[in-house]
Write a protein that binds this ligand. Structure first.
Ligand SMILES: Cc1cc2nc3c(=O)[nH]c(=O)nc-3n(C[C@H](O)[C@H](O)[C@H](O)COP(=O)(O)OP(=O)(O)OC[C@H]3O[C@@H](n4cnc5c(N)ncnc54)[C@H](O)[C@@H]3O)c2cc1C
Length: 398
């Protein structure tokens, strides 16, 4: 994509930072980069100039991998991120102590390389980028360790801590958070595999996601009090791989308001990670795009900031039913008597059910959203690809 570049100096030159921007996007991972993408090529309504958009992250882009990096391939294709793909899987293999099932999915998942994906996505915006630690805000002034930045449009795409929230935010483990830990040994495998095995984790699941020359082997617990380290080490041992290159994080499993006190929240900061599966990349991209489209409408004078906050909050909330249903299943699964798990998982493996359930699952955040094909509202501005989020998508997704 041929976009004008207005990059500023990178992290080593940590001079003071201050100024007024049209938009400040805090967090340069999936959600933040998706927001910025939708502002590319925008022109301000008042003077026709390109808006000043600043992306902030405490690390360089792509520096800190935050997940096993598996996502539906169609999403990666739609966003021109295919070169980041490491391995593609037509099947999901589900292991239980009572048997193994292989599901042929109606769409494939791919594992990808995090730095490559972030750089490819970052190439799709024309924002400025600075490394700075975001510490808080007063109104729409963002406080960082390098100074204060103001903008009428402020986005928190900083992950589960929701640093720009008006209140104190969540304090684990007393919060609706899951926890995940994984190791990344060298090695290869053929299948995307999960384990529903309470000997590893009483409520949650374990996984091994091959990524060409590396395996991402981990354990996720829906109960934030369950320490996943020992289980991760044991799973690695059972798979005969080394428990090396750890990475872990809290994973939100409850939707939170996507707009609050004049700030937009996208991705994990808004609880956009799906309960039960802990799939949060696709949804961070999806809600990031939706947020970016609202921001663009404000910059281009097609909407006010207040309308954008309202629209985006309503769009996010319109997915509540899907998120709550998945949370309900997340709570029910650990209560299923163990001997029934194998038969149930086998019974759910009929092609009809897999196609139906995974089809609906993909529809929660469908890849068509990237092109705005399913969106209603304003038509794309000339030269840009953004459309407004709309009720049609919202009701489909719900
Ligand atoms: C072990 C594990 C495995 C997972 N595997 C998968 C998977 O395979 N597929 C999937 O779909 N989901 C997976 N998830 C969930 C997924 O990682 C998240 O839902 C997703 O990363 C959310 O994206 P985000 O952009 O909202 O936030 P994040 O990816 O968390 O990004 C937040 C960004 O903000 C920056 N930041 C944070 N605090 C500050 C600060 N104070 N100042 C400046 N910058 C800051 C960070 O550096 C980071 O770049 C996994 C999670 C875990 C923990």
């Amino acid at each position: 994509m041929d976009m004008p570049r207005r990059r500023t100096k990178r992290g080593t030159q940590r001079t003071d930072l201050s100024g007024e921007f049209d938009a400040v996007v805090c967090g340069a991972s999936f959600a933040g980069l998706a927001v910025a993408r939708e502002l590319a090529g925008a022109r301000r309504a008042d003077d026709g100039a390109a808006p000043r958009v600043l992306i902030l992250d405490r690390y360089e882009i792509g520096e800190r991998q935050t997940s096993a990096c598996a996502a539906p391939t169609r999403w990666l294709e739609a966003l021109d991120l295919v070169p980041a793909i490491r391995q593609t899987f037509p099947d999901l293999v589900v292991n239980t102590p009572y048997g193994t099932s292989r599901y042929r999915l109606p769409f494939t998942f791919s594992t990808f390389d995090y730095p490559t994906l972030c750089h490819l996505l970052d190439d799709q915006n024309d924002a400025e980028f600075e490394t700075a630690k975001v510490e808080g805000r007063e109104g729409t002034t963002v406080r960082t360790d390098r100074g204060e930045l103001s903008a009428p449009l402020v986005v928190d795409a900083l992950g589960w801590r929701r640093i720009l929230a008006a209140d104190e935010g969540y304090q684990p483990p007393d919060a609706p958070l899951s926890r995940g830990l994984e190791v990344h040994p060298g090695g290869n495998g053929r299948d995307l595999e999960i384990w529903v095995d309470r000997s590893y984790v009483p409520a949650g699941y374990s996984w091994s996601f091959p990524a060409r020359d590396e395996l991402r082997v981990g354990v996720g617990s829906f109960d934030p009090r369950f320490h996943v380290k020992d289980s991760t080490v044991r799973l690695a041992g059972d798979l005969d791989v080394d428990a090396v290159h750890y990475q872990g994080n809290w994973i939100p499993h409850k939707l939170r308001p996507a707009a609050e006190d004049g700030v937009f929240f996208a991705g994990d900061s808004a609880g956009h990670c799906l309960p039960l599966t802990a799939e949060g990349i696709r949804t961070a991209l999806y809600f990031g795009l939706a947020c970016g489209r609202e921001l663009r409408a404000v910059v281009e004078g097609r909407s006010t900031r207040e309308e954008a906050l309202r629209n985006y909050a309503a769009f996010s909330a319109s997915h509540r039913h899907a998120f709550e249903t998945m949370l309900l299943v997340q709570r029910l699964v650990p209560r299923v008597p163990p001997p029934l798990l194998g038969p149930i998982i086998r019974a759910l493996g009929t092609k009809r059910f897999v196609d139906w359930s995974f089809g609906h699952y993909l529809e929660i955040a469908p890849p068509e959203f990237v092109e705005g094909a399913a969106a209603t509202g304003h038509s794309p501005p000339a030269g840009g690809r953004a459309t407004r989020v709309g009720t049609e998508v919202a009701s489909q997704a719900a």
